[in-house]
Structure formats: C-alpha cells, structure tokens
Design a protein around this ligand. Sequence first.
Ligand SMILES: [Zn+2]
Ligand SMILES: [Zn+2]
Length: 134
Amino acid sequence: MKVEGGCYCGAVRYASEGDAMMKAQCHCRECQYITGGSPNTFVAMPADGFRYTKGSPKQFTRKDLERAVTREFCAECGTHMVTKVPGMPMTVLKVGTFDDPSLGQPQMAIYTVDKQVFHHIPQGMPAFERLPQR
Ligand SMILES: [Zn+2]
Ligand SMILES: [Zn+2]
C-alpha cells in the first residue's frame, strides 16, 4: 500500500510505500502518553519505503531505557508521526497522521497488559498481552 501523511500544521510531510508489516492498536502505558489516553493506532511499514517529503522532524529518544525507541514529531505543532525501533527495519506510523486514516484499520490489539478499563477492543479482534508470537 501507499500512504501519505503529515503533521497537524503541515510543516512536515511523509510518504510510505510497501506491504504493511503490522496494523494494530497498542494499549501500552507509553502509548497512552502519546495519544492522550486511548490506545495508539499504528501501521508498521518497511523502513526502506519511507521518506519525509517536506520538512524534517525533531527526534526524541529516552536515555534511561535500553533499546529505547526514537519518536519523530513536528517541532512546530508537536504532532508525533513516526516511531523507529532499534534493530527493526520498519517505520511505525501513527494512523491519525495519514491523509486517509481509513487505510489504518487495526487488525489486532497488543500490550493489553496495560489496558485501561475504558479502552475498547472490537469484538472478534485478536488481542495479545504483549506481542503476538512469531
Ligand atoms: Zn506540524
Ligand atoms: Zn504502545
């Protein structure tokens, strides 16, 4: 699939092409900070099919964690768009930053170990305490 998107103010834009590696909603505690409290809806796309097409993001990586992810966001409006996981050839895109968020329909729920009672998992959707086994 091909996805285009960007931040809320339009200063940073991206394009991503390839086969989606995972479409999910993540209930982890970390994602709750980033979303405002809900699960985070994301699509993992191949890293080699991803590029920024306008502007460039600010990056943040926690120093106190081993294997911390790097989060990329617009320095103007603060919208978080992309997460990069060390050692994984993928770019994790937040579906809310897609021009067409309907492309990001999640297929599973992950990290339900941190799920809040007000989080919703659609009936019939596979749910995993952490990540699905490979
Ligand atoms: Zn922006
Ligand atoms: Zn998460």
